[in-house]
Design a protein around this ligand. Structure first.
Ligand SMILES: [Zn+2]
Length: 66
């Protein structure tokens, strides 16, 4: 399976992207199977990660390690 590294990323997160749960800068972007997309700060992503996994969300961008 190819990683998304050699494809053009859907988009990169910038300082203008904010977590959907708080005002922190978004570091993780996910898309839901039904089509919605959500942005997360590291804290809220960790908090909701199990739930996201349970609904089959896909991580599009993860900049937590940068
Ligand atoms: Zn947050």
């Amino acid at each position: 399976m190819k990683t998304s590294i050699d494809k053009k990323p859907a988009r990169n997160l910038t300082a203008a992207d904010r977590c959907d749960r708080c005002e922190a800068r978004a570091l993780v972007g996910t898309v839901l199977p039904q089509g919605g997309s959500l942005l997360w700060c590291a804290y809220h992503f960790n908090f909701f990660e199990e739930g996201l996994d349970a609904v089959g969300a896909t991580i599009l961008v993860d900049e937590r390690c940068r």
